[in-house]
Design a protein around this ligand. Structure first.
Ligand code: CDP
Length: 783
């Protein structure tokens, strides 16, 4: 490379996000921006009650309202066999309620009108007679024998119990507990939270009456899978369905399930022969779309006198709401919860989870998380903190004694995981060094002596991301691979089409960087396309940090395929044997004569103009990548808090995050992902929850009740990295999008409880609000 040439900005370069130009200029293209000729607007009537029989619905006044084109009820859908739809967890969910409503906010009827305001107004003209039933909001009460049966529609369902699942060796774990010097127990509730993306869910369904082609513009994190599900459920030919997921204003798992609004809008467009737009408002999003967590967890760890873990067990009651609609692609009902042994070498473990119906919105989605890994990570990190307190061992030291050591990788855990790589102590040591841990512990002792409350919380989390591989992970039977299609045009500029779909993660930049690393085409010369099922290869979508582990791997592999062909073309152009060509940084040079070289641009032109005899024209390929294993990113988060004795208010003084996601494609984007996740983790730990009163009314229907942290409350974060490549990923990368949401809540809670430990306070459930802290201190006679 000459001095004037720009280096190829492949892996490890903090390339500015290409997509930000349009986002920052207000030129993004979201579902609600779409205006199609003749488009109608749909609004949904929702149940005000959590549990009630529907005895009558009168839609005549709404139908007669000027501007209303149609009113749709469950009975209308039933006539087309569409009143019920399958959920991603094998349950059935009412599209529009027929005889009974089972949660507040459930979809009961739809109005389609010429104008969105007319559609909303006309909802008030629909008369529904409800006969109230006793609502069941507490999952423990839901399991009592005399609890009202929520799912009367399900044949053979005689209780509110959905399923029982267990993993591990119960006998070996019991034996480990029998020999323990110390057993530490944590009972905690991981509250129901909501991803609350900035853009709510919605669609424009456009069924062309002439061709029968259904184009559905939809807020979808998984457009290809959604197309197949639409085809299977509605019986439409799949080639006649096109899902377009345009720019998405965040998803965080909320845009993985199929919601009734999508189905009703599509049916309405089919029947009316005009495009129909449905976009939910904030309250609809919060009360009816996929929630997360809602796990009542008990964990116990058995320890030897010197602080070695001998065994681990947990029992969970999982509140799934009224329909089991957990969006997760594993064959196990509790997803990946069995990663609950975390970063530790645990010789015996056993977990069991019972899922329960209650009169609450369905969901159980993986909010910036891999299918219950967040709950699992929180439990083990809370246990480690409590064990350290009870054994009077430094929490960092207790972790060191139990970490899986680098030489143990690939590590086979007792519950069946094969961890690909990790250096847990290195991440912990770096975090403690950056924090100034020893000095802070000294300060803490001095403050305690003066009656002041200061705490240091640690979470050394490990993650499991990148579903599949396909044999173990699927959505409705669709194996969890992903895909990349790459074409280099004659001028050496490329287009990359992907099966994944970003919601703000910067794929247009980072995936172009992978091509840059493999082929030497600069990222700005690689256009990245996602989200249009007619124009991208089949893939399973973006959630659970799977894009880099799976779609990223597919991208590297397809670029390598093209490089092989490019090498043959370069050999032809340079009139040497293929084996004599060396590739580096976009140049194909003759071995031993580096000045005799062709660039990727020369080769691309030749691929269309000057080919070796018998070679097919073009420089194009597609790869479907089924990963051999998940990737296991990890890190340590440390939080320092000060608690005000008079009010219980706790403030984060310092937060240090060390993340290891293997090879980082774009360090700036990785850092951005971690900042976002740390802010969400803080919100969950400190202020957020979707709760319900005893009548099943959802508390948290808007952003004055369901709190989002602003820049005022959000702490300052210091981020650092270690790099432990994944041995099985083509570029050594692991996912990172969800790490901080998964790992950080325990760090914040551990910090507060570390401050309160001298008072004998051992647990406060999230959100750890100041009034809960104050009450706990008050009960101990401290304030
Ligand atoms: O699946 P999702 O895009 O949500 O998560 P991800 O694969 O963890 O990636 C989030 C963003 O971080 C993407 O733009 C990735 O390409 C980028 N990333 C990276 O630059 N290096 C990594 N090792 C992992 C992710």
């Amino acid at each position: 490379m000459s001095e004037t040439e720009t280096p190829i900005r492949g892996l490890g370069h903090s390339v500015r996000r290409k997509e930000d130009d349009r986002f920052l200029r207000g030129r993004g293209n979201y579902v609600d921006d779409l205006q199609l000729p003749g488009m109608l607007h749909m609004a949904l009537l929702r149940s005000p009650l959590a549990h009630a029989r529907i005895t009558a619905i009168d839609v005549e006044a709404a139908k007669a309202h000027p501007g209303v084109v149609a009113v749709v009820t469950g009975r209308d859908l039933d006539a087309h066999g569409l009143a019920w739809m399958p959920t991603l967890s094998g349950d059935t969910q009412a599209v529009l309620a027929l005889d009974k409503v089972v949660f507040q906010g459930q979809e009961v009827a739809a109005v389609v009108a010429e104008d969105p305001y007319v559609a909303s107004d006309a909802l008030e003209l629909i008369e529904v007679d409800y006969d109230p039933l006793p609502p069941v909001v507490d999952p423990y009460k839901a399991l009592e024998p005399d609890a009202p049966l929520i799912r009367e529609d399900k044949q053979g369902q005689t209780s509110n119990h959905i399923n029982h699942w267990e993993k591990g060796d119960r006998g070996a774990t019991e034996r480990a507990f029998a020999t323990a010097d110390k057993v530490v127990r944590v009972e905690t509730f991981y509250p129901r939270s909501h991803p609350a993306p900035l853009e709510t869910c919605g669609c424009v369904a456009d069924v062309d009456p002439a061709t029968g082609k259904a184009t559905i513009y939809m807020t979808s994190q998984a457009p290809h899978a959604h197309r197949t599900l639409f085809a299977l459920v509605a019986g439409l030919p799949e080639q006649n369905i096109r899902i377009v997921s345009p720019d998405l204003g965040g998803g965080f798992g909320n845009k993985v399930p199929i919601y009734p609004g999508y189905v009703v809008a599509t049916v309405a467009s089919l029947l009316l022969g005009r495009p129909v737009k449905w976009v939910e408002d904030r309250t609809e999003n919060l009360i009816s779309t996929g929630f997360a967590r809602d796990y009542h967890m008990t964990g116990e760890v058995a320890l030897s006198g010197d602080g070695k873990i001998l065994g681990l067990r947990s029992k969970v009651i999982a509140d799934h709401g009224a329909f089991n609609a957990a969006a997760q692609p594993t064959k196990t009902p509790a997803g990946l919860f069995h990663i609950f042994t975390g970063s530790y070498d645990v010789p015996a473990a056993f977990c069991e989870v019972d899922a329960v119906y209650t009169n609450k919105a369905p969901g159980g989605i993986a909010y910036r998380c891999s299918f219950r890994v967040t709950e699992a990570s929180f439990l083990i990190e809370r246990l480690m903190q409590k064990a350290a307190t009870e054994l009077d061992v430094d929490p960092a030291e207790l972790r060191r004694r139990n970490f899986i050591r680098p030489e143990q990788f690939p590590y086979h855990s007792v519950v069946g995981w094969v961890y690909d790589s990790g250096e847990y102590q290195r991440a912990l040591d770096l975090a403690l060094e950056q924090l100034g841990y020893e000095e802070l512990r000294r300060e803490q002792r001095e403050r305690f002596a003066r009656g002041e409350l200061m705490g240091i919380g640690i979470a050394s989390f490990t993650e499991v991301v990148g579903a599949g591989h396909g044999a173990d992970y699927d959505i409705a039977g669709l194996r969890m691979f992903d895909s990349a299609e790459l074409r280099v045009h004659p001028t050496g500029k490329a287009i990359l089409k992907l099966g994944v779909k970003a919601q703000g993660q910067g794929h247009e930049t980072t995936f172009a960087q992978i091509v840059a690393a493999e082929l030497g085409i600069q990222p700005e010369d690689v256009a990245v396309m996602e989200g249009d099922t007619d124009n991208t290869p089949y893939g399973l979508g973006t959630y659970a940090s799977r894009s880099t582990p799976v779609g990223g791997a597919a991208t590297a592999m397809v670029a390598r395929k093209l490089r092989e062909k490019a090498t043959r073309i370069a050999a032809h152009l340079l009139e040497v044997a293929e084996e004599d060509i060396e590739y580096a940084e976009g140049r194909f040079a003759v071995r031993g004569a580096p000045d005799r070289a062709k660039t990727i641009q020369d080769v691309a032109f030749a691929a269309y103009t000057n080919l070796p005899e018998g070679m097919e024209a073009g420089l194009e390929g597609v790869t479907y990548y089924d990963p051999p294993n998940m990737t296991f990113p990890f890190g340590t988060y440390c939080v320092v808090v000060d608690i005000d004795k008079g009010t219980g208010v706790w403030k984060v003084r310092k937060m240090v995050a060390v993340d290891d996601c293997g090879v980082r494609i774009n360090p700036m984007i990785v850092e951005g992902q971690i900042h976002g996740g740390l802010a969400e983790g803080f919100a969950i730990a400190a202020m957020q929850q979707i709760s319900f009163d005893e009548d099943g009314n959802c508390i948290g229907q808007n952003f004055t009740d369901y709190l989002l942290p602003t820049s005022w409350e959000t702490p300052k974060f210091e981020t650092h990295a270690t790099v432990t490549p994944s041995p099985h990923h083509p570029i050594g990368a692991k996912g990172v999008g969800e790490s901080a949401t998964v790992g950080s809540p325990a760090a914040y809670v551990n910090a507060v409880l570390d401050a309160l430990a001298p008072l004998g306070i051992t647990n406060i459930d999230m959100p750890v609000t100041s009034d809960k802290v104050w009450t706990a201190m008050h009960e101990k006679g401290f304030v």
